[in-house]
Design a protein around this ligand. Sequence first.
Ligand code: FES
Length: 369
Amino acid sequence: MVGSTTAKIFDFPRNAWYVAAWDYEVGRKPLARTIAGQPMALFRTEDGAPIALADACWHRLAPLSMGTLVGRDEIQCPYHGLRYDSAGRCTSMPAQETINPSARVPAFATVDRFRYVWVWPGDAELADPDLIPDMHQMTDAAWTGDGELIHAPCNYQLVLDNLMDLTHEEFVHSSSIGQAELSESDFLTSHTDRTVTVERWMRDIEPPPFWLKNMRDRFPGFSGRVDRWQIIHFEAPSTIRIDVGVAEAGTGAPEVDRSRGVNGYVMNTITPETDRSCLYFWSFQRNYRLESQLITTQLRNGVHNVFGEDERMLAAQQAAIDANPGYEFYSLNIDAGGMWVRRILDGLLAAEGRSAVAPPTSAPSASVA
Ligand code: FES
């Protein structure tokens, strides 16, 4: 055990980019989403620009997401018809000629990138698009894949914990990607002020069913042992890309040569909604057999089933946390990556003048065997 940290994990940074929706979800019909506690109405202008306004009318707080779009870039409140432009300024009050100059709703910075619509729920002055986490495998021509959105009934930090320590695969996903070597193998943890990396190699092992199928998709008839890798890349506040794969054992994958293997990236970005719910966007990208829609669909459906097992565990964990208020988590060596994530989130909260996560009682190891 390397320390303990509190289970009071209910706040989230607001000066940060979060994914609000897949790009195709935002169109000319307003979409309601809550991002870091802020209800928003999302839509696109006729030019295709994504817009995010507070989902509460200036007049009597009716949800604008229940309204309709008018003209090139205006949204009309469904209750008494006030209209707002894409900057949130009121442009029309049907029952009077004079528009109250204070009539406006907050507008949030948005960016279309990596097949997602990103929003910045905090101070728009600080919304630097260069801070959007790297998810280039979503759109790079060398990669293909597809994913889904899980509306997870738990605090987003529980999902981050889940992804930063993959030894749970042995127990939660025993029929697909789990195997005993996950818990038995060494791993290395490193970090910067916005990133955490956890790297694990399992050499000369039997491939679990998921990876044997993928090897045979690329190398028909493959049998034998493999070298397997999981390299977890966290980037603040809540994006985790996991470089995963297997290669024929002893062909050089741990050094540099992955040509005798199959490589995927599990792309995860988790958006806090409330303190007990989050929007979990994932996709499985691969860099082989790019032409095969069959493999894309099979991988998406396979990962859907795997992540369904995680969702059930996370919902049960959140229920147990609620039933045990004030309980302090204990941390093991396997939690080193997750503890660095919490430290980074703590720093982001402190920079906003808030603190919701008590610091660990002792530092996790930078390198753990
Ligand atoms: Fe929106 Fe009255 S509540 S116009």
